[in-house]
Design a protein around this ligand. Structure first.
Ligand code: ADP
Ligand code: MG
Length: 244
């Protein structure tokens, strides 16, 4: 399988002895769904910033779809779709205008970007809500618009940063499932930063447990099918590894 993301011996030292990540190594293959979990301060956000090219590593190599996200920042636009914890919708724009904002930045003409955005809103069950403003939508619906916005750019990698943690559990569970099938059906690669063990087990093929200072302390493969006991054992295993 081809590699989508590779961190090789990546260190980010903010000030002498203060490491965001230290000798961080991991790989995500194309088509994989990988979750990163870890306690506060273990380097998840630092890894995120490095991955999207917002910060430059002190040493080591990062490649995303064959590019260096920091050096090749400009060519990088549209390659990564990001779904944040808060929907970050623009309040003065309708659902369809919000969903197409990335296409607008990419310079796609209006008719085409509206068509693409409408199609994704429809896939996310928002037909009939296209012209509503964020304040007219529920939290779950707003997050659906944010997911549509990430997909409209047809990115090869979809990155989630606590994307479902602000939603009630029922809405979150439903939306995670839909999100996962969209990632799979469209041949995308998914990388999820989350503090929810349930979410990691539900969504990922593989879980990377980060330990402080920023490195992969443990890696867990998640079997396709889990019965209740296996699920509970896996939860315990992750909990134990997190505490280390
Ligand atoms: N901009 C920064 N300047 C200085 N130290 C930072 C900065 N960002 C993160 N750190 C430090 O790097 C470590 C990892 O932080 P972070 O990546 O935010 O962890 P997480 O997202 O897992 O909570 C922490 O010790 C934090 O204090
Ligand atoms: Mg963080």
């Amino acid at each position: 399988m081809e590699t989508m993301v590779r961190f090789e011996g990546v260190t980010k030292e903010f000030s002498p002895g203060n490491y965001g990540v230290l000798d961080l190594n991991f790989e995500v293959k194309k088509g994989e769904m990988v979750a990163i979990v870890g306690k506060t301060g273990c380097g998840k956000s630092t890894a995120f910033g490095l991955l999207v090219g917002l910060t430059k590593p002190t040493s080591g190599t990062i490649t995303v779809d064959g590019c260096d996200p920091f050096r090749d920042f400009d060519q990088f636009r549209g390659k990564i779709g990001i779904v944040f914890q808060n929907d970050r919708l623009l309040p003065w724009r309708t659902a369809v205008e919000n969903a197409s904002v990335g296409l607008e930045i990419m310079g796609i003409e209006e008719k085409q970007r509206r068509d693409i955005a409408l199609e994704w809103l429809q896939r996310l069950g928002l037909s009939g809500w296209e012209d509503k403003y964020p304040h007219e939508l529920s939290g779950g619906m707003r997050q659906r618009v944010a997911i549509a916005r990430a997909f409209t750019m047809d990115p090869s990698l979809i990155l989630c940063d606590e994307s479902f943690s602000a939603l009630d559990e029922l809405t979150a569970t439903r939306l995670r499932k839909e999100f996962m099938s969209l990632v799979k059906e469209n041949g995308k690669t998914g990388l999820f930063i989350t503090h929810s063990i349930n979410e990691a087990i539900e969504m990922a093929n593989r879980i990377l447990i980060f330990h402080k200072p920023g490195h992969v302390g443990r890696e867990i493969h998640v079997p396709e099918q889990l019965d209740v006991h296996e699920n509970e054992n896996l939860r315990q295993e992750i909990l134990n590894s997190l505490g280390a």
